[in-house]
Unconditional design. Structure first.
Length: 223
């Protein structure tokens, strides 16, 4: 009989992974403000982990673009760059528009039902008023959308940008009166997909991104 005493529980998350997730959420929920220094000792106390774990987490967040090293001051929460922000939204508008178009063309009834279910969870997240839940539900909606459109490589590109997308999304979610407009925009995307109107679906998806783009630009200029 096999000895399972050394078997690794692959579902278990390491302290590093848990600390990384907590720090991402803290940055995206503005617990730590853009430009704020991230000092190791207080972070160790707040997270309940060792200094070596904090250093690993900060290095990972730096590679993701959420943390930057400030000469003479150490790590700080990164301030989104307006030029890179424009590039990210350009890619989002293009890829999400294509995915919505092809979903309206080719998605099965079951896939559209899955998309409806994902939208319902997104509406629940908006109702909760918890930005992190809205970001999670939004990411899930788009995952289902890209899968239904059979745009796997496009989704890989979006996934690679998701951390930066969510940092920007956290700003737009927090903006005044964004909730009702965003919900209306998402309904417009779904209505076009259900009606099998590819061009309308693409246009609605692009409008949704472009509205968020304007909010992000205005927020960054004010900063």
């Amino acid at each position: 009989m096999a000895d399972d005493t050394l078997r690794i529980d692959r579902s278990a998350k390491t302290l590093r992974t848990l600390a990384l997730e907590r720090m991402r959420e803290a940055i995206m929920s503005f617990h730590f403000q853009p430009g704020e220094r991230l000092v190791e000792r207080p972070l160790c106390d707040q997270l309940g982990v060792s200094r070596s774990v904090v250093r690993e987490v900060l290095r990972q967040l730096e590679t993701e673009g959420l943390v930057q090293m400030v000469p003479g001051h150490g790590p700080a929460v990164a301030r989104p760059d307006l030029g890179r922000t424009d590039e990210i939204y350009e890619l989002r508008a293009l890829l999400e528009g294509i995915a919505a178009r092809d979903c309206a063309k080719a998605a099965t009834d079951d896939q559209i039902a899955s998309l409806d279910a994902a939208l319902a969870k997104l509406l629940d997240a908006w109702a909760s008023g918890v930005p992190v839940e809205v970001m999670r539900a939004t990411a899930k909606f788009y995952e289902v959308l890209f899968e239904a459109a059979d745009k796997r490589i496009a989704w890989e590109i979006v996934t690679g940008l998701n951390v930066r997308i969510n940092q920007l999304r956290s700003m737009t979610i927090a903006s005044q009166n964004r909730r009702d407009a965003a919900i209306a925009e998402m309904h417009a995307i779904m209505n076009a997909i259900r009606a099998r109107r590819p061009e309308e679906a693409e246009a609605a998806a692009r409008r949704h991104v472009e509205t968020a783009w304007r909010i992000a630009r205005d927020t960054l200029r004010l900063d």
